[in-house]
Design a protein around this ligand. Structure first.
Ligand SMILES: *Cc1c(COP(=O)(O)O)cnc(C)c1O
Length: 494
């Protein structure tokens, strides 16, 4: 059976269920398994398989302490009628390239792919210690994770969820999506600060042993994370890379074994890391293109080998990519460094102490064989939204537009199809999209949606349009130092 340990040490050995329940390792590292890549997924028989069938294959390999029956149940519940496309992550032509839509889930965000299944995986982790311990998810969101996590965990048995978002720094639609969330186990709270402030405070809350002990004793509550550092969130994202390949086979764009490139709008490095896992599992991925917005810390790292978080933080029109610390990069470094936990410990200590680290040139060379990179500023993002519409009659959101820009900058190889991952519905950012397309953007977000729908001839996802008249349930706002107190109050109500 596969065992999981921290990227920073290999002392502890956990099953995937334990790793999912725990979220993050005690030493602050992320859980990884050295079995990754030992068992390959057979790509010869991908064509014709449903998303759910592919998911079962992939998850059986990566989460091998779950029974097939457990995984089947989780998959069927997570990828059912709440998706507006039965292919779940449909691949569509985009000029001479392709786009894979990851936003057809219940909250119109790519994070639904993982967060629809994570609560179900988590619910099946607690048989051994059936002592009624509850799990409370605490998460900081720059926009999309929050709603997708809320939707996944709302009224999920044995769980609660508390979501923090930076006040005034998410779109009106995103804020309403969260503050109108139904469910008896959910809490939503704004924080006076930016996303990194909130994210750092959440990490401190997780590291607070006294708090953990008190929550356990007084409330039988254990904290866990729904951020993409959780194995149970990362692994389901590997599936859609295989699904993309299956769809390209079916569309006779490629033959079995042909290489494919993926272009990935990147923030926390979860999405693109899943592509790297897919490659290790045998998917013929040639290049993974890391596309950043103006917060181009990953671009700098992948071009120079120095990761430096000490830089200005920009709040851009692609808020889910406004990140200075891409947590999941640590996993990539682990695998790329020949699985050297000591090196990872050094690098992460440097990051904590100096705000920067540098990898050896040989390691950078290896990384660059797989990962290409580029970034787009906000003017380029706006331009690309218009370009993509004019050239392909396809509306993209500002996150996807970062990827689109980077893809346009790269020389195309007719032998290698390129798949751009589209991470959000344009209707989540209707004002920015309308501005870019030269459409009326004066009214409310909802008027912008109506205008975009009229002019583009595309339907508004009902869950977004209906927000206008949904009841707001949460108006809490705290300062960063008040977040742990808030978490305790939520645990008390669980
Ligand atoms: C989260 C998110 C991203 C970034 O994904 P990572 O896995 O954090 O790299 C990009 N676009 C959108 C819309 C997102 O919500």
């Amino acid at each position: 059976m596969s065992t999981f340990h921290s990227t920073r040490s290999s002392n502890e050995e956990l099953t995937s269920k334990q790793a999912i329940r725990k979220g993050i390792a005690d030493d602050g590292g992320l859980f990884v398994t050295d079995s990754l890549g030992e068992t390959k997924i057979d790509i010869a028989d991908l064509a014709g398989k449903t998303y759910q069938q592919i998911a079962l294959r992939v998850l059986s390999v990566l989460l091998d302490d779950y029974s097939e029956e457990e995984l089947k149940q989780c998959i069927d519940e997570a990828y059912g009628s709440q998706w507006s496309d039965e292919r779940i992550t449909p691949v569509k032509p985009l000029g001479s390239d392709f786009v894979m839509e990851l936003f057809n889930g219940p909250t119109c965000a790519f994070k639904d792919v993982a967060l629809q299944i994570l609560p179900r995986l988590m619910a099946r982790t607690n048989e051994e210690d059936g002592d009624g311990e509850k799990i409370m998810i605490v998460t900081a969101t720059s926009g999309d994770t929050g709603k997708a996590a809320l939707a996944g965990f709302a009224d999920a048995p044995g769980t609660g969820i508390t979501v923090f978002y930076p006040q005034g720094r998410v779109s009106r639609v995103q804020e309403l999506q969260m503050t109108t969330q139904k469910g008896s186990n959910v809490h939503v709270c704004a924080v006076e600060g930016n996303f990194d402030d909130a994210q750092s405070a959440v990490k401190e809350i997780f590291a607070d042993k006294d708090l953990a002990e008190r929550l356990q004793r007084e409330h039988k509550v254990r904290l866990s994370s729904a951020n993409s550092i959780n194995v149970g969130r990362l692994v389901p994202q590997v599936v859609y890379y295989f699904s993309a390949y299956a769809q390209l086979l079916e569309q006779q764009v490629i033959n079995v074994g042909d290489p494919v490139d993926f272009v990935v709008p990147t923030g926390n490095f979860g999405d693109v890391l899943a592509g790297y896992y897919a490659k290790m599992l045998g998917l013929p991925v040639r290049q993974l293109v890391v596309a950043s917005d103006k917060n181009n810390v990953l671009f700098d790292f992948l071009t120079t080998g120095t990761y430096n978080r000490q830089r200005p933080f920009y709040e851009t029109i692609s808020p889910s990519m406004d990140i200075l610390i891409s947590s999941n990069l640590e996993r990539m470094l682990y695998y790329m460094s020949e699985r050297d936990p000591r090196m990872i410990t050094y690098l992460m200590n440097d990051l904590n102490e100096w705000g920067a680290y540098e990898v050896p040139p040989e390691l950078l060379r290896e990384i660059r064989k797989v990962f290409a990179t580029g970034w787009a500023d906000e003017d380029q993002v706006r331009e690309m939204i218009a370009d993509c519409w004019n050239n392909n009659h396809y509306v993209i959101d500002p996150h996807t537009a970062c990827g689109y820009f980077v893809m346009q900058q790269m020389p195309a190889d007719p032998q290698v199809p390129r798949v751009l991952l589209s991470t959000a519905s344009p209707y989540k950012f209707p004002r920015v999209v309308n501005e870019a397309l030269g459409l009326d953007s004066d009214g409310t977000d909802f008027e912008c949606m109506d205008e975009l729908s009229r002019k583009s001839g595309t339907p508004i996802p009902p869950m977004l349009r209906d927000l206008e008249n949904a009841e707001v349930r949460f108006r809490d706002c705290v300062e960063v130092p008040g977040m742990n107190q808030y978490v305790e109050e939520c645990a008390d109500k669980l």
